[in-house]
Design a protein around this ligand. Structure first.
Ligand SMILES: *Cc1c(COP(=O)(O)O)cnc(C)c1O
Length: 385
C-alpha cells in the first residue's frame, strides 16, 4: 500500500462509519451565543462554564500583562521563560488548593503526557478508569508501563487489579468530573484503595476546577481528598487556556528534571499567567460564587425537564449533560435538527465515547438565561418526535 492509499483508506473508513470529523468555522464560540455566517445559535457546546472567557477583569488583565511583559515568554522556563507572573500564579494556585507546589503547563494534554511519561517506567503499572480522557490513556499507552483499566468509578475491580503482582510502582488515574459523562469519581474510595496498595492517585480535574465546591476548589478538595498528583486545566472553568500540576516539593523538583514538556517547550506567555491570576481571583470571590449558583440552577432546571423526556442520560450533576442516543447517524441527525432550531450542540461519537453510546454532549454555562434552558428542552421534545 502506498502512503496515499493508506491515507485514503483511513478516511474512507471514517466516512463509512459516519465518524468523519470536521471543524466548523465560528466567529465566536465561547459565549451564550455561537455566531457563524451571520447566524446566532444558543451555545450548548462550550466548556467556558463560568463565562470567564469574556469577563472584563480577565480580558483587562491579559491586556495589562501584555503591556508589561510583551506577548511571548521568549523561552522554556528552564532558560529565560519563567517570569514573576508565572511564579506568582504557581504560588497562588498552590495556596488555593492546599499543595506545597504547582507547576504550570501549556495545556492539560501536555501536563498529562509530561507527568505520566516522567513518572512511569517499564516495571510500573497504570490502573486507569475505563472512561479516562484521551490525553491520559494516550500517555499511558505510550509509556513503557503496563496499562490496565478498571470499570468506571468502581473501587472493587481497582482493588483487584492493584493486588496483582507488580515489580514496580502503581499509579491510579481518574478524573474529578468525567468529560463525556459529566459524573464524578468517588475519590475517597479510590484514594483509600490506592493507599492500601502503596499506589499513588492522579486526578485530572479539568471539568471540576473553578466550578465545583467552596471557592471553586474542585472535586478533590470538595470530597476532602488530596491526591498525590492533581492536574487542573484552565481552558474550561477558568475560561482561558493552560494547566497546572499540584504536588509535593520533591515531586515538583523531580518533574522539573524529567518532564520534557517543561524543559523543551516555550512556557506560556506571561500575560496569560496574569489573566489566569485574575480569573482565579474572580473564581474565589463573590462573583465566582454567584456564577456557580447560577450554573447549578440551570443544571437542576435542565435535569428536571430532561427527566420527562424519552432520553437516556447519566448521573451527571455537573455542567456536562449527556443525551445518549446510541447510533452515530441518529446522534448526528438529532444534533442537526437542534441546530435547525437555533441551538448549537455537538454529537460525540466513538472512539471518543464507547461504541453504541453516541450522544449529544450538552454543556450548560453561567452565561445562559433560564429561557435558554427552556428553549433547549422544548427543542429536544420536538426533535424526538
Ligand atoms: C479538556 C481535557 C484535557 C485537556 O486539557 P487542554 O488544556 O484542553 O489540553 C485533559 N483532561 C481532561 C479530562 C479534559 O477534559
Amino acid at each position: 500500500m502506498t502512503w496515499q492509499q493508506r491515507i485514503n483508506t483511513a478516511l474512507e473508513e471514517r466516512r463509512a462509519a459516519e465518524a468523519f470529523r470536521e471543524r466548523r468555522v465560528v466567529e465566536n464560540g465561547a459565549g451564550r451565543f455561537l455566531t457563524r455566517d451571520n447566524q446566532h445559535f444558543c451555545n450548548f457546546s462550550s466548556n467556558d462554564y463560568l463565562a470567564l472567557s469574556q469577563h472584563p477583569q480577565v480580558v483587562r488583565a491579559w491586556q495589562q500583562g501584555a503591556e508589561r511583559y510583551g506577548v511571548g515568554s521568549g523561552g522554556s522556563g528552564h532558560v529565560s521563560g519563567y517570569t514573576t507572573a508565572h511564579q506568582a500564579l504557581e504560588e497562588e494556585l498552590a495556596d488555593w488548593l492546599g499543595y506545597p507546589r504547582a507547576l504550570l503547563f501549556i495545556s492539560g494534554f501536555a501536563a498529562n503526557q509530561a507527568v505520566i511519561t516522567a513518572l512511569m517506567g517499564k516495571d510500573d503499572r497504570i490502573v486507569a478508569d475505563r472512561l479516562s480522557h484521551a490525553s491520559l490513556l494516550e500517555a499511558a499507552n505510550l509509556s513503557p508501563a503496563q496499562l490496565r483499566r478498571f470499570a468506571h468509578n468502581d473501587a472493587t475491580p481497582l482493588h483487584a487489579l492493584l493486588g496483582k503482582p507488580c515489580d514496580g510502582q502503581q499509579l491510579v488515574v481518574t478524573e474529578g468530573v468525567f468529560s463525556m459523562d459529566g459524573d464524578s469519581a468517588p475519590l475517597n474510595a479510590l484514594h483509600d484503595t490506592a493507599q492500601q496498595h502503596n499506589a499513588w492517585l492522579l486526578v485530572d480535574d479539568a471539568h471540576g476546577i473553578g466550578v465545583v465546591g467552596d471557592e471553586g476548589r474542585g472535586s478533590a478538595y470538595h470530597q476532602g481528598v488530596k491526591p498525590e498528583l492533581l492536574v487542573v486545566t484552565f481552558g474550561k472553568g477558568f475560561g482561558v487556556s493552560g494547566a497546572a500540576v499540584l504536588c509535593s516539593e520533591t515531586v515538583a523538583d523531580y518533574l522539573l528534571q524529567f518532564a520534557r514538556h517543561l524543559i523543551y517547550s516555550t512556557s506560556m506567555p506571561p500575560a496569560q499567567a496574569v489573566a489566569l491570576s485574575a480569573a482565579m481571583q474572580v473564581i474565589r470571590g463573590d462573583d465566582g460564587e454567584a456564577r456557580r449558583q447560577r450554573l447549578a440552577q440551570h443544571i437542576r432546571h435542565f435535569r428536571q425537564g430532561l427527566s420527562t423526556l424519552p432520553f437516556q442520560s447519566t448521573d451527571s450533576l455537573s455542567a456536562i449533560q449527556p443525551v445518549i442516543v446510541g447510533d452515530n447517524g441518529q446522534a448526528l441527525a438529532l444534533a442537526q435538527r437542534l441546530r435547525e432550531q437555533g441551538m448549537w450542540v455537538t454529537a460525540i461519537r466513538p472512539p471518543t465515547v464507547p461504541p453504541g453510546t453516541a450522544r449529544l454532549r450538552l454543556t450548560l454555562t453561567a452565561a445562559h438565561e433560564t429561557q435558554d434552558i427552556d428553549t433547549l428542552l422544548e427543542a429536544l421534545h420536538v426533535a424526538r418526535q
